[in-house]
Design a protein around this ligand. Structure first.
Ligand code: PBG
Length: 332
């Protein structure tokens, strides 16, 4: 198709002569609407705590979280993903706290939605913040048991939907859970609750700082999630994961991590053409932040990384840099 494009008729540099021209012909533009800010809310905390492995990211007590969300919305970001940091005394081997009515995260979600009714609130479904072994499911005979875990995930999802979360995001990677959760939503009058499936979630070492943030690193120890999260070696299998979740009732699918998996984002958006999100995970964020703080990389690498994720095919991106990038876009 480029056969007739010959120099000097074609000089591609003509359209690169200044930034206005460059912007005018831009194929991909990252906007504030593409950004989702994850936020860590900690049980029994008043005030905020820094997270050593995540520069500029904090754990918030509920009151402080509300102030932070005010700041997030005024930066122009209208979507958040909440992650609970559970008091170790409320963790057990079944993650029982996750399915208690009026637990910490559901009361937090109610408080957030009361003050910010229009914010799009995404709530994670998985047991790892609640289990003393740090796995996303319950362990039976030494294995994370798929079908028994699903029973708990259904309960957990119903509690989160009841508390007012707009989007329920199962991040556990059990087979078949989307279908069961969707069925439970239909039965219990949550027909408009959106399911965002972490459909192609890879067993990745890039999640390390997140596990520090939610306090599950010491619980999980050297144990691996490779019996349920995908192998980094696979791409075709991601198509099956996504196809299953769409058939079971997912409205949106997500790929995670993002930048090391741009080929997967592209393949999935191209193949299914449904709303596709990507998660720039904690390790991706911290790695860039550290290099920026050392002066080894210019701070614009953050925006560049997000543009590349969008260019690959992501419709929206969960990123710890959402607020900061949104402020940059606002001030441009
Ligand atoms: C838990 C969950 C994880 C992340 C989001 N939900 C960690 C994991 O699977 O161990 C990772 C996010 C990040 O690294 O930023 N189910």
């Amino acid at each position: 198709m480029f056969i007739d494009r010959k120099f000097p008729n074609t000089r591609l540099r003509r359209l690169r002569r200044n930034t206005n021209l460059i912007d005018l012909v831009a194929e991909t533009t990252l906007t504030q609407n593409d950004l989702i800010q994850p936020i860590f809310i900690k049980e029994n905390l008043s005030g905020i705590e820094s997270i050593e492995s995540m520069p500029n990211i904090f754990r918030y007590g509920v009151d402080e979280a509300l102030k932070e969300i005010e700041d997030i919305t005024s930066s122009g970001v209208n979507s958040i993903a909440v992650f609970p940091v559970i008091d170790p005394k409320n963790k057990d081997n079944k993650g029982s706290e996750a399915i208690k009515n009026n637990n910490f995260i559901s009361t937090s979600i109610e408080a957030i939605k009361k003050q910010f009714p229009d914010i799009v609130l995404i709530a994670d479904v998985a047991l790892d913040p609640y289990t003393d072994h740090g796995h996303d499911g319950i362990i039976i005979d030494g294995e994370v048991d798929n079908d028994e875990t699903i029973k708990l995930l259904i309960e957990q999802s119903l509690i989160l939907a009841e508390s007012g979360a707009d989007i329920i995001a199962p991040s556990d990677m059990m087979d078949g859970r989307i279908g069961y959760i969707r069925q439970a939503f239909e039965k219990n009058n949550f027909k408009n609750t959106i399911l965002l499936s972490y459909a192609a979630k890879f067993s990745s070492k890039f999640y390390g700082p997140f596990r520090d943030a939610v306090g599950s690193s010491s619980n999980i120890g050297n144990s691996s999630k490779s019996s349920y999260q995908m192998s980094a070696n696979n791409k075709q299998e991601a198509l099956q994961e996504v196809a299953m979740d769409i058939n079971e009732g997912a409205d949106i699918v997500m790929i995670k991590p993002a930048m090391p998996y741009l080929d997967i984002i592209h393949l999935i958006k191209d193949s299914f053409k449904i709303p596709t999100f990507a998660y720039q995970v904690s390790g991706e964020y911290s790695m860039l932040k550290l290099a920026i703080s050392q002066g080894w990389l210019d701070s614009e690498v953050m925006l560049e990384s997000l543009v590349s994720i969008k260019r690959a095919g992501a419709d929206a991106i969960l990123t710890y840099a959402a607020k900061e990038i949104s402020k940059e876009i606002q001030n441009k």
